[in-house]
Design a protein around this ligand. Structure first.
Ligand code: DHB
Length: 391
């Protein structure tokens, strides 16, 4: 069988690209190793939940944002908490009238799957891609069906959107993989209780960083900075709530509630360069990973998908291959910007063992609390510099 564009992975990057191409009549096939139920409901799939302004605009323009608009929460600011006080970062005033949208990645993926299938797109779940033959000039995706047969699909372009543990990353000969490991991890919980505040609180405390987020007015999503060697077994529920309260330091109230999920996230960064080889491209976490602080991951996946969509559209509709040639260069601009902001937020908010690093960190945090210039830097990056919503 043949398709124009074969996409590996039904996450935000792969699904958005497939849907945008489908809308202009380019035939795509998405192959996904996991089941639909796993993607939509597994608690282990819980990811960040902050959509930049432009990401929200893109989902709406692509016809994928109706439920997000109805059930997501618009947030017009976040709080920083340090030295026993709350400091509000007001997005509209600091970042040109823009805001962000709180909507879980898992919900966004569920919506994209449903709408893409309803509109005639094709996604094969539980189809594991084993390899790509001739990625440079004539990509053939080799995959295993749920029944265990090995089959092939001939494509004009193949796209690896298979996430942070990408099996396809290695297909780019000579690619450099730039890595950074941060000396922290996040212990995350999802709990049935009222969030600590009506907006997110990023709390910097001598005991460590804590983040108070949410998925809805009755679902709190909170995180604690812990050491990278920490084990979940050492964190019974009572200890988690106690630690969250200590780090919140009385600036708001944490109300314990039943835990729906508990997980540990290591913090690392990774950038693959280049993101392409001949007729093969990498997008989303397959091409780059950020530490979670600032919630850039899904927004970067969306920005990649839009950049590759534009390049493929120029190729198919205008017979112009130049944008495909410069895809990596185009994508790495927003990738490095987001890597920088994630690095900056992580360094600014997590306590460091080295007293010199800690002194620098507190100096910047306190300056931030007083300076509209520094707050604008935070706000502009937070609402997004690169996903403009136009294409
Ligand atoms: C969430 C995660 C983040 O990394 C962040 O910066 C903000 C919110 C979340 O899961 O809600």
């Amino acid at each position: 069988r043949r398709v124009q564009v074969g996409i590996v992975g039904a996450g935000p990057a792969g699904l958005l690209l497939a849907h945008l191409l489908h809308r202009i009549g380019v035939e795509t096939l998405v192959l996904e190793a996991k089941s639909r139920a796993y993607l939509e409901t597994s608690p282990h799939r819980i990811r960040a939940g902050v959509l930049e302004w432009g990401t929200k605009e893109i989902l709406l323009a692509a016809g994928l944002g109706e439920r997000m608009e109805r059930e997501g929460l618009e947030h017009r600011g976040v709080y920083l908490a340090f030295d026993g006080a709350l400091h509000r970062v007001d997005f509209p005033t600091l970042a040109g009238g823009r805001s962000i949208w709180v909507y879980g990645q898992q919900y966004a993926v569920r919506d994209m799957i449903r709408l893409h299938l309803e509109r005639g797109g094709e996604i094969l779940f539980e189809h594991e891609v084993l390899g790509v033959e001739e990625p440079e000039r004539n990509p053939v995706l080799v995959y295993r069906t749920p029944e265990g047969r090995t089959e092939r699909v001939q494509t004009e372009f193949a796209v690896g959107a298979d996430g942070s543990h990408s099996a396809l990353r290695g297909l780019i000969p000579g690619a450099r993989v730039h890595r950074r490991t941060y000396p922290f991890a996040w212990l995350g919980i999802l709990a049935e209780t009222r969030p600590a505040a009506e907006e997110l609180i990023y709390a910097s405390h001598p005991r460590g960083f804590a983040l108070f987020s949410m998925r809805s007015p009755t679902l709190a999503r909170n995180y604690l900075q812990v050491g990278p060697e920490e084990r979940l077994e050492d964190w019974p529920e009572a200890r988690i709530w106690e630690e969250l309260a200590l780090r919140l330091d009385g600036v708001a109230e944490v109300r314990p509630g039943p835990l729906l999920e508990k997980s540990l996230t290591p913090m690392r960064a990774l950038v693959v360069e280049p993101m392409q080889h001949g007729r093969f491209f990498l997008i989303g976490d397959a091409a780059h990973v950020v530490p979670p602080t600032g919630a850039k991951g899904m927004n970067m996946a969306v920005a990649d998908a839009v950049a590759l969509f534009r390049a493929l559209r120029a190729f198919y509709l205008e017979k112009d291959p130049t944008f495909l040639g410069s895809f990596t260069e185009e994508a790495l601009r927003h990738v490095w910007q987001a890597e920088f902001f994630s690095y900056w937020m992580t360094t600014l908010l997590h306590t460091h063992e080295d007293p010199f690093a800690e002194g620098l960190r507190l100096a910047q945090l306190r300056h931030l609390g007083e300076s509209p210039h520094l707050l604008s830097f935070l706000a502009e990056n937070y609402v997004g510099l690169h996903t403009t919503g136009r294409w």
